[in-house]
Design a binder for this molecule. Structure first.
Ligand code: PFF
Length: 455
């Protein structure tokens, strides 16, 4: 058997994981949910959810991956709990399911880069979105996006994912900072910032029923948890990496990019008096209809549109490759077939599963709602129960490796995982199930814990 790959550098793991975390969730969910639910007051709440739930759960995934240095399914066997491979299998399947429609959205982004360059959506962004988001054209664009992701993953950890994300992640940050600087000069900047961030406890309290589950759900979605990504990426990590430190860098950068996104989009919307109802409170229409309408009104709108949607593309792509690696890594560990061949095979499978979503956005919504409200929380819950209660103090030992001692943080982490994270994720899951199956909603689309694409 060939020796298993590893990241060439410590930073390699870090940028790849940041690339995974920074995705559409940061760009089209976080800013809009923040604005709707109390601005800075919501950010404070979201940070609590990230610190108490997202961060500890991420460390749990890291521990499973680095301890075993194997794919997310077989990791559970390596840890001496064969039956728990089911949990790894669920996480891998959840990731595959989510990626099938994430690629479709990636295809839309490609169309918007083109549409910005030609000004095709400038007259009527809503109609343009309707035209490119479904049907044969969406299938073609999906295939293109998927092709790029397959090409990167086929090159492997060091030569593919690490090299690509080392360029992609700094580009996202630099371009976003430049765009935010430019947006600050727009007429609507002050109003935009106020709409985005002015703290309102009233709004927070009034919307608590939707804001709290969103903050908790987002805390694990935005950190790419529950899809076996962090288990897989950390399985290529060396012993001397300091996992809590790396986790902290990922969490902070991920949050900053969400805030930067708000500093870019709201000045654009306010400078051009775009109807805020078009944002739909976050999700696909926020970027593809509302922000797109903003570019239509701006001088140099075409070029700004291209730059903006290129950032969206990079963010989506660096997330998609992380998710593709989950299945490919499992396949590489289990079949005596070359990585490129397996990457192509996985790509073909994803293409087929993505066909309904590309054909009709109603399917995409259905896939997304099921993933977001059911598969993801079940999968996060199972992993944290496993790490917290089944492997317990061994997990703390693994976390400690490479840190030079954790002090009281070790047991504190374990008990947070065992109690706070388990209860928090369980509550989110119950709410999701309630919305999915029990609520008397004629559309069948859950409004409260709705998915990530069309909230
Ligand atoms: N952290 C990603 C985001 O916020 O968009 C979540 C994600 C979704 C990762 C889909 C990977 C992926 F393919």
């Amino acid at each position: 058997m060939v020796e298993r790959e590893t990241w060439a550098t410590r930073v390699g793991f870090l940028v790849a994981a940041i690339g995974s975390a920074v995705g559409l969730g940061n760009l089209w969910q976080f800013p809009f949910k923040t604005a709707e639910n109390g601005g800075a007051a919501f950010v404070a709440f979201y940070l609590i959810a990230v610190v108490l739930i997202g961060f500890p759960a991420m460390l749990a995934e890291f521990v499973v991956g680095r301890r075993t240095n194997v794919n997310a399914v077989d990791a559970f066997r390596e840890l001496g709990h064969r039956n728990w491979r089911l949990v790894g299998g669920l996480a891998v399947a959840t990731g595959f399911w989510i990626l099938s429609y994430y690629n479709v959205v990636g295809g839309w982004v490609l169309r918007y880069i083109l549409g910005s360059a030609t000004g095709a959506y400038f007259d009527d962004p809503g109609a343009y979105f309707g035209a490119v988001s479904a049907g044969p054209e969406a299938i073609l664009a999906q295939a293109l996006f998927l092709g790029i992701a397959v090409a990167i993953v086929a090159l492997g950890i060091e030569n593919g994912i690490e090299k690509a994300t080392k360029v992609m992640v700094p580009s996202i940050v630099v371009i976003m900072v430049v765009l935010a600087g430019w947006a600050a000069t727009l007429g609507g900047a002050g109003e935009g910032y106020a709409y985005f961030l002015s703290p309102s406890l009233d709004a927070m309290v009034e919307n608590a029923g939707t804001a709290i589950p969103f903050a908790v759900g987002q805390a694990f979605f935005t950190l790419s948890l529950g899809m076996a990504i962090m288990i897989t990426y950390s399985s290529y990590v060396g012993e001397d990496d300091n996992l809590p430190f790396d986790g902290g860098v990922i969490v902070v950068t991920n949050t900053l990019v969400g805030i930067l996104a708000g500093l870019v989009v709201f000045p654009i919307l306010f400078a051009n008096n775009v109807d805020l109802a078009l944002t739909g409170g976050g999700g696909a229409s926020a970027l593809f209809v509302a922000v797109a309408a903003g570019f239509a009104e701006l001088p140099l709108g075409r070029w700004l549109g291209v730059v903006f949607f290129v950032v969206v593309l990079i963010a989506a792509l660096s997330s998609a490759i992380s998710l593709m690696e989950v299945t490919v890594s499992w396949a590489v560990d289990n079949f005596d077939v070359s990585r490129p061949t397996l990457a192509v095979a996985v790509g073909l499978g994803l293409f087929v599963l993505g066909l309904p979503s590309a054909w009709d956005t109603a399917w995409l919504t259905w896939f997304d709602n099921l993933a977001y409200s059911l598969f993801l929380p079940v999968s996060v819950l199972a992993v944290v129960v496993f790490v917290g209660w089944v492997i317990g103090s061994d997990a703390v030992d693994e976390l400690r490796r490479g840190t030079g001692g954790l002090g009281p943080f070790g047991p504190l982490w374990l008990w947070t995982l065992r109690l706070v994270v388990v209860v928090g994720v369980f509550a989110t899951l119950l709410l999701g199930i309630f919305e999915l199956f029990l609520q008397d909603d004629p559309t069948g689309i859950p409004p409260l814990v709705a998915g990530a694409i069309f909230p």
